[in-house]
Design a protein around this ligand. Structure first.
Ligand SMILES: Nc1nc2c(ncn2[C@@H]2O[C@H](COP(=O)(O)OP(=O)(O)OP(=O)(O)O)[C@@H](O)[C@H]2O)c(=O)[nH]1
Ligand SMILES: [Mg+2]
Length: 393
């Protein structure tokens, strides 16, 4: 059932990995998540699928590769997907949202992922691709193959989020082994996907609804970047947002500063305080352009008690004339009637922040959030209300 409170149910979401790396990443997600959406691992290499613990395996192109990999040949990857297009279409039937995780550079992920994305789109699912680019140490050939695949993916998906492994590596310890670096990439991919589906299926303290996500997908026409940060302890919100903002994945903050739209996902436990949401938003606003469209969602997950995670999805271009109709409730069908994208006008406009559906406007506070009192002062009451500041219209 879809309603404005729970706009999307878990059974209408599917997360698929394509190729060896994509499958490993999705399998790692399955190990971490409870009440997760369907997780499927698609590969030409049957043997590598046997090694997975959690994700449902789907071998493609068995007639072409005999259950072996493609040997790095993207044409074979593409043909494998074409040959099993029926099984791919079946996978996405009845789904409203599809995440596709493709680690680009090899033959299967790079060659097959665009067809997998097209099958998802044709089934009517909003299709979000997380695509990694190879590490520098993997060589130029793999990188150029990956870039060609990325260009094709952009034509077949609603949102493409690019994760250059090398940038991810720059944020981590230089002592990481290659194996550890891939597990780190898996973790980031998992958090990127998690940050979005969790917000959509959980009744958030601030909802990011499906209609908004569709609109973002229609209005942002280039590949997006994403970054992630988490924090614990008294400065957890500030630490999480600063890690995300300074991440090499967003050029150390440059991409956020230049972005025309940013989705901000905040995950916390039941102890997430309103002032922490404010901390995150203020930090993003301080970096972002004044006319940037900011879409925020905050969700509570028991597993995040004591910690805060911030994920940013950053879009450089925004092509709608009207500011976001972000308060539109998600329609039953999941297909929103939203403004059509227009050629880039790059018009200046005020920051369009998604209205907070979980906000009790009369009291100026969020529902279901534990109060934060310092010296007897309720810090969850916005400063301008506590100090009785009159806002000018
Ligand atoms: N996140 C992650 N990335 C990986 C992993 N293994 C490889 N990669 C990355 O994914 C890229 C493509 O490798 P694979 O996914 O193994 O290739 P494939 O799509 O299976 O293609 P073929 O084996 O050539 O058919 C590599 O260049 C690496 O950058 C992994 O376990 N996790
Ligand atoms: Mg492989």
């Amino acid at each position: 059932m879809t309603s404005s409170e729970t706009p999307l149910t878990i059974d209408r979401i599917v997360v698929v990995g394509v190729g060896g790396g994509g499958c490993n990443a999705v399998d790692a997600m399955a190990a971490e998540w409870t009440n997760a959406p369907a997780l499927v691992a698609i590969n030409t290499d049957a043997q590598s699928l046997e090694g997975l613990q959690h994700a449902r395996p789907l071998v493609i192109g068995r007639k072409i590769t005999n259950g072996l990999g493609t040997g790095g040949d993207t044409d074979v990857g593409r043909l494998a997907a074409e040959d099993d297009i029926g099984a791919l279409r079946e996978l996405f039937a009845g789904k409203d949202l599809a995440f596709i995780v493709a680690t680009l550079g090899g033959g299967t992920g790079t060659g097959a992922a665009p067809l997998v994305a097209r099958a998802a789109q044709e089934a009517g699912a909003l299709t979000i691709v997380f695509a990694t680019l190879p590490f520098d140490f993997e060589g130029d050939r793999r990188l150029s193959q990956a870039r060609q695949g990325l260009a094709k993916l952009r034509d077949q998906a609603d949102i493409v989020v690019v994760v250059p492994n090398q940038d991810l590596f720059a944020a981590a310890s230089s002592h990481l082994s290659a194996e550890e670096a891939f597990r780190l990439a898996d973790y980031h991919l998992g958090m990127g996907v998690f940050a979005i589906w969790k917000l959509l299926v959980t009744r958030g303290v601030v909802n990011l609804d499906f209609a908004t996500l569709r609109m973002v997908s229609r209005c942002s026409d280039e590949a997006c970047l994403f970054s992630y940060g988490e924090g614990k302890g008294s400065d957890r919100a500030a630490d999480a947002v600063q890690t995300a903002l300074r991440s090499p994945l967003v050029g150390g903050g440059k991409a956020v500063a230049e972005a025309e739209a940013v989705i901000i996902s905040i995950l916390g436990g039941p102890d997430l305080a309103l002032r922490e949401i404010e901390t995150v938003m203020t930090a993003v606003r301080d970096v972002a352009r004044k006319d940037s469209n900011l879409f925020m969602g905050a969700a509570i997950d028991l597993a995040w008690a004591g910690a805060v995670a911030v994920t940013l999805v950053v879009s450089q271009r925004w092509n709608a004339d009207e500011p976001a109709a972000a308060s539109a409730p998600a329609p039953e069908s999941g297909k929103a009637d939203l403004p059509a994208p227009k050629p880039s006008s790059r018009k200046k406009r005020d920051s369009a922040l998604q209205p907070s559906l979980g906000l009790d406007v009369a009291k100026g506070m969020f529902k279901d959030v534990e109060r934060t009192a310092i010296d007897g002062v309720d810090m969850d009451i916005p400063t301008f209300i506590r100090r009785r500041v009159v806002l000018e219209k």
